[in-house]
Design a binder for this molecule. Structure first.
Ligand code: T1G
Length: 695
């Protein structure tokens, strides 16, 4: 294994190269190599200046996240950076790619900084449940304002090289892709000028109004509700303002260690790796996706327009089909509006907007316009009959080898494929609304779907900046099947004594952005109602069915779209709808239910036990390949709190035995709904976690 750090002399300049692909993470070997190299350069009398740069596509992109959770190994990064900064010989760092986390901190410990123009610099540790633990919270506010420091560290978003230059974080930009040469040239310049070491830690921290920290903390309490890392970041930054450097650094380290040991850190790092693991499937390993250049979208409603825009923004050519001229016009205006939104958000410039509308997007009401497409995506009304009709037409029109995809949220993709002459080319591509924003794409693989069609689904997701999860065919695939199940659990909690607002409040406190009843009001209660009616014929007679949701719909209350649902939505406010409680009380009486106090913890326990139990069944049936696939689905499509890592990560955190115990407790109330999944029972018996199934 070649050493990841090398030292070469170039004239009077010691050149230290870090080569640890793919992102030059600061593994133990890299840290050891850097320490040896910097000590050797310091002792070498031929050396007047030192350059550090990264080989490959990026400078150091941070600590090696794979090492977290293992016993820390010397040399530790803070000490290494202090050693670099203490060098009597000027140290230049040459930056390119994504200079993140410990990589950025190491750069701040060097004396002079040169970067390529497209370099990004950032301290994303907070997104991993951590804080910059190698001097970042102490050195950054010695170069930029404390306000900017707080923004960069508590949000974790990177800045551009231009902004870094403007802020004084870097000294110069070099328009080159040879940062080694740029670093050496800069070092030689500094030698010629007789430049000395320039230590960031010796600079005074920028001044700040004392109330700034309280204001910033108050904002974080709302924007980062439930999360611990952002508030610890604030403590570390405040230490930089109030303490001498060495003490501030020591406090930063102590705070970092606290976070390192936290469940939130392990959940967020689980999410990081799960989102990269989820696309690694044996069935598509080494399988080339089909070339997709032209896409057809059938249906110009909310989903069809969103899918169209997502495709256009990823450079694809789109032909949208609607049923008649009027619907075509409506679709064109919806797509244009969404694209204008992308321009407003800075995702698209005006010239690109004009070019797309002029040459990449067209709409029509004649299916013949789809004869040339490589992929046709159906996004029409959620009815099997309607979808089968569309696929019959697509099969007749589309060229051989074209992929025919359905955006269905629940329906049987095999039944849809069966009406075509090419079931191997049929797949489910389940987008989430709004399709041009939500990252999740469930790739629903039919019995006959060809592997290269599955691979194409994953390649399309990557091109769209989305995360694809493989799902098998069942009612609701992964996410919606779990949603339908936990919805029954919370409706059961309502019948047993909780109110919809209590459920929503408890789950918002748990970390959801919105409670399930508020979400239903937003999405439209008629959607859930239609689904319940669709599955009603197959409903098991043992199911304790809550009627209040249907009764609300029968009265025409569909949520925001009609102004009333579980809430009354008026003048921008949403207040609980008293009529709902009357419906619930009537149903409890009719069913002879003795209600009881159900506190917030029990609401969370029911919600999570139902979610984990159904997810265990889904993994056991192979609908989801691994527990991590369920986590990625719930994190990216259903607003599950990222700092809890997903339902399976949550189950491992509280313990599968606790989940099983809860299920058995609730079974006393309803032993049909609460039947433990065999996989959950097996894990508990064997003392294993869901994570053990992710390998
Ligand atoms: N450690 C270990 N592996 C990493 C890694 C890291 N920091 N970053 C990426 N990888 C792996 C990743 O798992 C994948 O592996 C491959 O590299 C390509 O990644 C002390 C404590 C750099 C913008 O948070 O944001 O420093 O799947 O698919 O889309 O204060 O990776 O191929 O086996 O994402 O081109 C701070 C995290 C760490 C940066 C590149 N740094 N990485 O994106 O490729 S904490 C970060 C990223 C820290 C200090 C603290 C992105 C990227 P595999 P990829 P990409």
């Amino acid at each position: 294994m070649p050493k990841p750090v090398s030292l070469k002399l170039c004239g009077e300049v010691a050149v230290i190269e870090v080569a640890n692909p793919p992102v030059n993470a600061l593994s133990v070997a890299v840290r050891e190599g850097l320490l040896q190299a910097i000590e050797q350069a310091a002792l070498d009398e031929r050396v007047s200046a030192i350059v550090i740069y990264g080989a490959g596509r990026t400078f150091i992109a941070g600590a090696d996240i794979k090492e977290f959770g293992q016993p820390p190994k010397e040399p530790m990064l803070p000490g290494l950076i202090n050693k670099i900064e203490a060098s009597e010989k000027p140290v230049v760092v040459a930056l390119h790619g994504t200079v993140l986390g410990g990589g950025f901190e190491l750069a701040l410990g060097c004396h002079y900084r040169v970067a390529a123009p497209n370099t990004k610099l950032g301290l994303p540790e907070v997104t991993l449940g951590l804080l910059p633990g190698a001097g970042g919270t102490q050195r950054l506010p010695r170069l930029v304002s404390v306000e900017k420091t707080i923004a960069m560290i508590t949000k974790g978003a990177p800045i551009s090289a231009d902004e870094a230059l403007e802020l004084g974080i870097i000294d110069k930009l070099e328009e080159t892709d040879d940062m080694r040469a740029a670093g050496i040239a800069y070092a030689e310049e500094l030698i010629a000028e007789g430049a000395k070491s320039r230590r960031t830690s010796e600079l005074p921290c920028k001044a700040v109004e004392p109330e700034l920290f309280d204001t910033a903390r108050a904002k974080l309490a709302k924007s980062a509700r439930g999360q611990i890392a952002p508030l610890k970041c604030m403590d570390a930054i405040q230490g930089a303002v109030e303490l001498p450097f060495a003490e501030g650094l020591a406090q930063e380290r102590a705070l970092f260690r606290e976070l390192l040991d936290s469940d939130q850190r392990s959940a967020l790092i689980h999410a990081f790796f799960a989102e990269r693991q989820v696309g690694k499937l044996p069935e598509i390993a080494g399988v080339n996706p089909r070339e997709i250049a032209a896409v057809g979208v059938v249906g110009g409603g909310t989903m069809g327009a969103g899918i169209t825009v997502s495709s256009l923004l990823s450079g694809l050519d789109v032909t949208l089909i609607e049923r008649d001229a009027e619907a075509v016009d409506r679709a064109i205006s919806t797509v244009s509006k969404l694209l204008q939104g992308a321009v407003k958000r800075g995702k698209l410039d005006q010239a690109a907007y004009d070019m797309i509308l002029a040459s990449k997007f067209r709409a029509n009401h004649d299916y013949a316009a789809l004869a040339h497409v490589d992929l046709a995506i159906e996004a029409v009304f959620e009815s099997m009959e309607v979808k089968r009709d569309v696929f019959t037409k697509l099969d007749a029109i589309c060229k051989p080898g074209a992929i025919l995809a359905s955006n269905t949220s629940y329906l049987d993709v095999d039944a849809i494929a069966a009406v075509t002459s090419r079931p191997e080319d049929v797949i489910g591509l389940h987008f989430f609304s709004p399709a041009h924003v939500m990252k999740l794409l469930e790739v629903v693989v039919g019995e006959k779907t060809a592997p290269d069609v599955t691979a194409t689904g994953f390649a399309l997701a990557k091109r769209m900046g989305k995360i694809a999860v493989r799902a098998g065919v069942c009612d609701g695939f992964i996410g919606n099947r779990i949603l339908a199940h936990y919805r029954k659990a919370i409706d059961g909690a309502v019948l047993a004594g909780a109110s919809p607002i209590e459920i929503d409040n408890a789950l918002v406190a748990f970390g959801l952005a919105m409670g399930p009843f508020a979400v239903s009001d937003l999405a439209g209660l008629d959607i859930g109602w239609a689904n319940r009616k669709r599955v009603a014929p197959d409903r098991d007679p043992r199911e304790v069915y809550a009627d209040f949701a249907d009764k609300l719909c029968e009265q025409g209350h569909f949520g925001r779209k009609t102004g009333t649902g579980y809430y009354i939505h008026k003048d921008g406010k949403s207040e609980p709808n008293p009529e709902v409680l009357q419906l619930i009380e009537a149903e409890r009486a009719e069913k002879g239910i003795q209600t009881r106090e159900i506190d917030a913890q029990e609401i969370v326990d029911r919600y999570m036990a139902a979610m984990v139990n159904e997810a265990a069944r889904i993994v056991e049936e192979g609908i989801a390949l691994r527990p991590l696939d369920v986590d990625v689905t719930l994190l990216n499509g259903y607003g599950f709190p990222r700092w809890r890592g997903g339902p399976m990560q949550y189950a491992d955190t509280v313990g599968p035995d606790k989940i099983l115990k809860d299920i058995k407790k609730f079974a006393a109330e309803d032993d049909f709904l609460w039947q433990p999944a065999p996989l959950l029972e097996k894990l508990v018996t064997e003392g294993k976690t869901f994570a053990s199934l992710n390998a």
